[in-house]
Design a protein around this ligand. Structure first.
Ligand code: AVJ
Length: 318
């Protein structure tokens, strides 16, 4: 390639975050996709959430996975590749790896690139013989698997009820894309939070220590740092509640007063009490999730829950 003197165009101005925030602040109600929570500070705050007494999903799912690790390991073919969608710190896969000695590689896929590389290195140190091949990607979009594992059988792992962040149509699309990525003969292991007493749901997203509020408000700090917006985090309140007809927790940032914020030369007014909808976290019944999976082309094969029926782990077959 000839080395031309032409400058490389700056990528920052056209970032997806900037255009998604501008579009979200222009829509009514205002909204932003929850994937933007996970900068380094947001990922660390989420790790803190998972240890909160009110936040039951993580510890309950880990208990189910620990209990079922042998059964899950038995589903994995020789020389298979385990692909994890939204791997974070890879804490959950550690519960399974001992029961998967036949694995050829582990492919953690996550949007937070820095965090991902650190997590991969820690795992390599812990499990010597296992190739860990991280892919930094937005797994809501199509992405390529690493070249050297493309011809191997695949198992998908999508824990954490991350699928709960998708509206039902997007959840169906994700499951359909995953079926395409993983291919014939594959399985997908999905963690899905369950519908339950709204008091338990509301408490899980309104913790007494205020960590979830800080997690929500960190979006504004991130936007200020990365996009040069002028949000005052103190001028917004965290609000989370269970919307029963839609079967979802909603998180919002509610403007405490009339104000305007600026982004890329544009002005976006907020009325007092107006909200920016930052997250939906859908809750399913075992039957409603199985129906969703079927509608995307998967065959539900197994379903495990804890004794209190707080959380579920589904095994889907291609
Ligand atoms: C990572 C999407 C599963 O919905 O419970 C936790 C994120 N938001 N507290 C969830 C979250 C507020 C979490 N998921």
């Amino acid at each position: 390639m000839p080395n031309t003197a032409r400058p490389i165009p700056a990528p920052a101005t056209g970032s997806a975050f900037a255009s998604d925030l501008a579009a979200g602040l222009s829509s009514r109600p205002k909204r932003l996709a929850p994937k933007y929570f996970y900068d380094a500070a947001g990922s660390a705050l989420f790790e803190d959430i998972t240890a909160l007494p009110e936040y039951y999903p993580t510890r309950t799912e880990m208990q189910i996975l620990r209990e079922r690790a042998g059964e899950i390991g038995a589903l994995v073919p020789q020389d298979a590749v385990l692909v994890e969608f939204g791997s974070g710190s890879s804490a959950k896969v550690r519960l399974l790896l001992e029961e998967m000695p036949q694995l050829a590689a582990y492919v953690p896929v996550d949007i937070s690139g820095d965090f991902l590389e650190e997590a991969a290195q820690a795992l390599r140190a812990e499990v010597p013989g296992l190739p860990v091949l991280p892919v930094a990607a937005d797994f809501t979009q199509a992405f390529d698997l690493p070249q050297d594992v493309r011809d191997l059988p695949r198992i998908g792992f999508f824990p954490g009820s991350t699928i709960g962040n998708f509206d039902p149509d997007a959840a169906r699309d994700f499951l359909g894309n995953a079926l395409h990525t993983l291919g014939p003969g594959s399985r997908l292991i999905v963690g899905v939070d369950l519908v339950k007493d709204p008091r338990l749901l509301n408490a899980a997203y309104n913790d007494a220590a205020g960590v979830t509020a800080r997690f929500n408000l960190n979006l504004l700090t991130r936007a200020n740092r990365e996009l040069g917006t002028d949000f005052d985090p103190d001028a917004f309140a965290h609000r989370a509640f269970f919307n029963a007809p839609s079967s979802r927790i909603e998180m919002h940032l509610v403007s405490r007063s009339p104000q305007a914020i600026h982004l890329g030369g544009r002005t976006f007014p907020f009325a007092a009490g107006e909200s920016l909808h930052t997250e939906s976290s859908y809750k399913y019944t075992p039957a409603s999730f199985a129906a969703l999976a079927r509608s995307a082309g998967w065959t539900p094969e197994a379903l495990w829950t804890d004794r209190d029926r707080l959380f579920s782990v589904h095994v889907l077959r291609a």
